[in-house]
Design a protein around this ligand. Structure first.
Ligand code: NAD
Ligand code: MG
Length: 400
């Protein structure tokens, strides 16, 4: 059997790991009945990497979402037998192709929303790493998937762990799900300590090697807040049934508690290749490249409650999940805009959460929003953040 895959965001951290997983799945080392064929690859502006990937994997479609880079891409891969697409809509074109069975979304941020929804409308199998579209439009997306006979398979490690652990019982038998978090690079810091966190400190994740945006999200704990909302929609789980525990060793990727008190966890080395592979081979498990766990070498596995005082984003995530409507679109967009400003050196680390909070306070939540209203809320929050930062060092945040 051949499974045809489109990888959106193939040059990022998840995208590159996905290609490694596919190489291994196709190799004789782990030979099995299924071969994975790459139909399309995309990147935003990393022409060189995308061109190298195109040469190696020979996809039928190569897309560059930032159209400014299409000419360099043409020069780099013009001799290949691949159609070159440009602009954000190129992803929508790709996911609608009859020849695509699986869409692996490894784009960062809300930019992936249009393509994910288009894939859902076509009833495709979605392997989702790109959590932001689920946060913004979780209700709409999960409904569209159901209506069109598609599937969503989580790639995010915590959600993959929950998905795997849920197989131990029925939905009615679950009493709660527990998302684990490494706690990020600033885990031990107090409210005072985080006031002067530098970009370098925020980017120094102790366990996971990820793209810059999600690494900053881990430092603010916004990543876990987004993951609470992601879990809420993915598993149709009331917010009251979702808990977060800090687990610095990142070996227990998440847990499901059943009504009889049994807790089923998924454990593994902190390596995204494992959840990526599971999403591609589900419902089967096959040998792969992820390093196997040696519990005897692990020493202690520890768990603690999150520090909601230092990491206010965490509490906001639960609040936003309870509020629903357009709140999560504002929450996510304000974060994306603020992280962009932080990565550009324009605001302080602590300003990220302040800006998000101010936008949430100012926003009039709309319930049961249509897609246009979600997109409006997203655009509004971005404008609010960008116009309300102070320059040059961003030491202050004016009111949203
Ligand atoms: P990354 O920054 O390393 O890569 C992002 C990819 O998206 C690149 O290929 C880039 O070219 C593309 N891209 C960037 N901006 C784009 C735009 N505007 N339009 C289209 N494409 C664009 O990011 P990452 O760390 O691989 O994360 C990707 C997604 O997966 C994020 O949503 C993140 O939260 C999620 N995720 C990542 C990890 C991880 O280990 N990296 C783990 C769990 C979940
Ligand atoms: Mg995660």
């Amino acid at each position: 059997m051949v499974k045809h895959i489109a990888i959106l965001g193939s040059t990022g951290s998840i995208g590159k790991n996905a290609l490694r997983v596919i190489d291994a799945l196709n190799s004789s080392l782990v030979a099995r009945g299924t071969r994975y064929e790459i139909v399309a690859l995309s990147a935003h502006s990393s022409v060189k990497q995308l061109a190298e990937q195109a040469r190696r994997y020979k996809p039928k479609f190569v897309a560059i979402t930032n159209a400014d880079y299409v000419e360099p891409l043409r020069s780099a891969v013009g001799d290949l037998d691949a159609e070159i697409l440009a602009g954000p809509d190129s992803l929508i074109e790709i996911v609608q192709l009859e020849s695509v069975d699986i869409v692996l979304t490894a784009i960062v941020g809300a930019a992936g929303l249009g393509a994910v929804l288009a894939a859902a409308k076509k009833g495709k199998q979605l392997a989702i790493a790109n959590k932001e579209p689920l946060v913004i439009a979780g209700e709409l997306l999960t409904k569209t998937v159901k209506e069109n006979g598609g599937t969503i398979l989580p790639v995010d490690s915590e959600h993959s762990a929950i998905f795997q652990a849920m197989r131990a019982g029925s939905r009615q038998e679950i009493s709660k799900i527990i998302l684990t978090s490494s706690g990020g690079p600033l885990r031990k810091m107090s409210v005072e300590d985080i006031q002067n966190v530098t970009l370098e400190e925020a980017l120094a994740h102790p366990v996971w090697d990820m793209g810059p945006k999600i690494t900053v999200d881990s430092a603010t704990m916004m990543n876990k807040a987004l993951e609470v909302i992601e879990a809420h929609w993915l598993f149709d789980m009331p917010v009251e049934m979702i808990e977060v525990l800090i687990h610095p060793e990142s070996i227990v990727h998440s847990l499901v508690e059943f009504v009889d008190g049994s807790v089923i966890a998924q454990l593994g080395m902190p390596d995204m290749c494992l959840p990526i592979q599971y999403a591609l081979t589900y419902p089967e498990r096959v040998a792969g490249i992820a390093e196997h766990l040696r519990l005897d070498e692990m020493g202690k596995l520890t768990f603690e409650k999150p520090n909601l005082e230092t990491f206010r984003a965490m509490g906001l995530g639960f609040e936003v999940a309870r509020t629903g409507g357009t709140a999560a679109a504002v929450f996510n967009a304000a974060n994306e805009a603020a992280v962009e400003e932080f990565l550009a050196g324009k605001i302080k680390f602590v300003s990220i959460v302040e800006l998000i909070e101010r936008c949430l306070n100012k926003h009039n939540v709309k319930t049961n929003p249509a897609l246009e209203e979600l997109l409006e809320a997203d655009a509004w929050a971005r404008r609010e953040v960008h116009k309300n930062i102070s320059l040059p060092n961003g030491s202050q945040v004016r009111k949203c």
